[in-house]
Design a protein. Sequence first.
Length: 575
Amino acid sequence: MSSIRVNLEHKGPLTLYPTDHIATGGEASLYRKGGTVIKIYLDPDKMRRDAMAKKIKHLAGIRHDFIIAPQGIVTNDRDVEVGYYMPNAEGEALAKIFTNSFRQQVGLNDKDTSRLVDYMRDTVQFAHDHEAIMVDANELNWMVALGGKKGPEPRALDVDSWVIRNDIPAKVPKMPSIRDWFSPLVSRESDWYAWGIVTFQVFSGIHPFKGTLDGYDRNEMERRMKEKASVFTKGVKLNHAVRDFSCIPGRLRDWYQAVFQSEQRGVPPSPFDTGAAVAPAAKIARVIVTATGKLAFEKVFSASNDPVIRIFPCGVVLLASGALIDLATKRRITKAISRDCEVIKTSKGWLKGDKVRQTFVFSYIEEQGLQETPLTLTLDGQRIVRYENRMFLVTDKGLTELTLQMLGRPILSVKNTWGVMVNSTHWFDGVGVQDAMGAKYLIAPFSDSACGQIRVRELDGLVPVAARAGNRFISVIAADSKGNYRKIEFTFDAEYTSYQVWKGDATSPELNAAILPKGVCATILDDGELIIFVPSNGKVIKVQDRHITAEMLLSNWENNVVYVLDGSVWKVSMT
């Protein structure tokens, strides 16, 4: 990787360095300079061959808060057009909004969901009003900005792939999961069909052509789309992770059913359309569980009207009100400022990292008297990362581990810093996935004071949407080019120099797993079955129990498997 000298139309020259790189994939590389993102096509002839300069000038005239449109053309040092630039978009991948765990963590409710879907509807309509067709508006081409005054807002990405005016090529969306198989060409109707597929998942958490249905294998999504066998088909069974369809406003729910079950197309109603629904919400047929009880379930914490939204491995839980509770003693130890906080256990208390607007703050809570002491740290950070019981701050220089020392008073200091391409690394639960010009690396803390940077070719060409790390084990869910979700699990040697890999299909971006420090993992894929496995030796135990449902969000409290259900914390163990 080397620096690139470019010139931005209306702005002037600048140099792009490897540290500015965000991602490489498909047909281009992305770089970020301040609030500007530069897209450089990998094919040097694309701008000329596809008349991109004319197209970009038209798209630059599409001004909307929810559309990340081009702002000008980019040329190289030989004055050849090589790409374009646009404003930077901050937010979360839309696929995260599909999952119960993320919605619980950020406090997303049904009203927020309707508002987000309505904004997405406005965005598609605005594009159509400006002679543009979005073509491939799958969930990876949407981002969600949280925390706005009016709730979550969408961001439409990959705008240069739109087609304009009547210049519609004979092509279909790249991602089959949102393709209208009954339309040979892209159109406004096919855009609305794609919008329907994606927004239905925002409401329910499941693709409208998934679930179990007699006569179809689980991975036959495309066949079911072609045969109009959606989740509204009689006989489809869904697990308890799927949110009830009654959360979808009536007239919009009718539209979904008509579109997925027939070839009806057209502009959808707003979620806030107050007109009466034609039919009541269909009752979901859940997967029938006939297993006998083999597990013990113990409720360990519940707070009236204040649900638990996160469990930290050290045994502290975060409530919706912001209260932080120690599970062992049931004491309120302090209050979080934001839902992005992290907590770890120290020898005589807890270290809390939190966020106040764009500033990160840290404090020490003494276990005996619960006295909280603010800690000073002269580092500018981008986000806090926690791996098991270790805390890190992502800075411009990389990943910095923080340590608490008791020198008469608590002092927070820097322990180690590992160089990381910060712009091109996405952080998940205890692990980062780095994109180095299309080559994927796992940024994986391990042991007591080490951090590995491991090249993982298995993730090349995929888009990670969820990941979780534990002792010598990392599980990743990523989307492929067809819109299918894949689960890739890595089991490492003690020094993280080599690994074994397991690959399989995932029904959704939800990563529902507990990874215990002792090396045992647990996961729920379907109602009625808890899978317990040891990655280091390959041992797998499948325990069937009628009380197990996929809506149980697994985590760990030290070496205990725990889960959140209906806002309460439960512990599960073998009988």
